[in-house]
Design a protein. Sequence first.
Length: 262
Amino acid sequence: MEGYKLRILRSPGLGLPILITAPWPQSIYAFHAIWDDLMQLGPVIAVDLPGFGRSDHRSELMSPAAMGQFVIRLAAELGIARWHAIGPDVGTSAMLFAAATRPDLFESLVVGSGGVDMGLLGKGLRSVIEAKPGTYGEPDGGAQVVGTITRLTRATPPAEAMEDFRLSSLGRRWIEAADYVRAYPRDLPRLQALLPTVTTPVLVISGKDDPIVPPANGELLARNLPHAAHRVFHAGHFVWEDDAAGYMDAVSAWVTGGYRQV
């Protein structure tokens, strides 16, 4: 797309498409435990957003507002007029910016585990955001990410997924991807101002024990979005890994009609 490599996995099916974007520092392999069930809901489009997973880095897209515009361009490129969208972690802010701009594109949204207020972020994430360029991150980002995911997930993902996560952050890719969250001080206040204008129904999913993006971020979204529901799971940051069955049940109930009730 637009002269660079973008990893997209599409499944066949009937009904409205379902876009799902990879969380950071993982990739679309993060959904290994729910992929088969997702495909039962309709045609799925799984995407590593630019700069994340195995898609090429694009410095001009490494901010929530810019990535939101990319999501809109992606729909046009794929010929999609309307879809459900699932955007955990960094996808949260991008999807909400996109929905604020193009409400006609989104039937519903599922977000969560993504920062929406600088004052509500965990200490570790804030340290990445506030560090001076070149003063954080290890030389091998892949090894750093493997260690982080192993430490913070309650059950280590399968080897194939972990290898993909390692490759997704190899060398300086983790540091380059961090530019997205380093744009939070500028973009999150803009996003909060837009929340009351988002007419799309939004399901927010949080992990009760998330040390990176505490559930207070989800509570803020639920308070300020006109049509929102908030589910908190007994999980850490990687809810889709820690409680894959619960996460999938919530997504399925929402996409098959629950979104019409909020």
